[in-house]
Design a protein around this ligand. Structure first.
Ligand SMILES: NC(=O)c1ccc[n+]([C@@H]2O[C@H](COP(=O)([O-])OP(=O)(O)OC[C@H]3O[C@@H](n4cnc5c(N)ncnc54)[C@H](OP(=O)(O)O)[C@@H]3O)[C@@H](O)[C@H]2O)c1
Length: 292
């Protein structure tokens, strides 16, 4: 009997309990069956992937896909490399990395910015730029031709992020800046058209008077949803809210687009068996969504 193939998503999560959030989004986005694995370590990956690639063949392979999650993005990146190394020529399935929501969040932030400023040629400040979300925001902005100040409390960490991104995008225009004091943060804000705050949850990075007095600043995006706000005075629900002449977005304001991108990316996985959806691919997919 011929049975229509169901879309099976293999969820590989480095946390002990695989993310319920990622599972629900997957089910809402076209996964008929979820194979949820928690506490996944690199050594576990090969047999799991082989189980996914040896069961269906040819055209049917596109009905199996892999999602890599977990709160630790660095581990997620290692798991992705293991997954890719485990494929055997055409015996492969599509795979998406969105550990800690870092790729979908960064893509949504940069696409949100592009609604208000021409990214190419504009000057951006990314605060908390050494975290997984911030690094991806810088990477995507650099690839789009923005000039980016890469901020950290530690200048060496900021330089190291710049070097990693320059090795991927030699044309990137990046400047490492230290923001360990209010004066340094004020200097970092000087002359930029947009700021994207990607600092740790619940950490205020810029007090309101400093933001509102930043000359030339047109756009303020805060990705931190946990009080206090990263950019004081920007509410989590702000979505293109104008405050003191600046267009403001909070984490929830960016979150709608993030969710849309996440859902579309899962759906896309089942279209062919050869896709690798990391930051750049997820950004490109998001761009097609916002332009549609
Ligand atoms: N809306 C969403 O769906 C969504 C999804 C994922 C993440 N997020 C949010 O996006 C933000 C970034 O996420 P992430 O995982 O990349 O963050 P993270 O790794 O926790 O932190 C980012 C950076 O913030 C800086 N930082 C940490 N503690 C600090 C402190 N006490 N004072 C000043 N700076 C501090 C650190 O940079 P330095 O040490 O180099 O200064 C760190 O690399 C978070 O607020 C997170 O909650 C939102």
């Amino acid at each position: 009997m011929l049975v229509a193939k169901r879309n099976v998503l293999l969820q590989l999560d480095s946390d002990t309990q695989p993310s319920v959030f990622d599972s629900v989004v997957a089910i809402d986005s076209g996964a008929d069956e979820l194979l949820r694995h928690g506490g996944v370590e690199p050594i576990d990956v090969r047999p799991l992937v082989h189980g996914a690639i040896f069961t269906r063949g040819g055209e049917e392979l596109r009905h199996t896909a892999i999602f890599i999650g977990g709160t630790d993005v660095a581990t997620g990146e290692v798991l992705l490399r293991e997954v890719l190394d485990s494929f055997i020529g055409p015996l492969r399935v599509s795979v998406m990395l969105d550990a800690n929501g870092a790729n979908t969040t960064a893509a949504a932030a940069v696409l949100t910015a592009s609604r208000h400023v021409k990214v190419s040629g504009s000057r951006f400040l990314v605060l908390g730029a050494t975290g997984p979300v911030g690094q991806r925001v810088v990477r995507l902005l650099a690839a789009e031709g923005a000039s980016v100040r890469v901020a950290s409390r530690d200048i060496q960490r900021a330089r190291s992020v710049c070097q990693q991104i320059e090795s991927r995008h030699p044309e990137a225009v990046l400047e490492a800046v230290e923001t360990s004091s209010p004066d340094q943060t004020e200097d970092a804000l000087r002359g930029v058209e947009a700021v994207i705050a990607a600092g740790a949850a619940g950490v205020q990075l810029v007090p309101e008077p400093m933001r509102t007095c930043a000359e030339g600043l047109k756009l303020a995006i805060d990705l931190n949803a946990v009080p206090p706000a990263g950019l004081e005075g920007v509410e989590p629900t702000d979505k293109a809210v104008e405050r003191q002449g600046q267009v403001c977005y909070g984490a929830i304001g960016v979150g709608g687009l993030k969710m849309k991108i996440h859902r579309a990316a899962i759906g896309r996985l089942f279209e062919s068996n050869d896709q690798v959806l990391d930051a750049e691919e997820i950004f490109a997919l998001g761009r097609r969504l916002v332009e549609a």
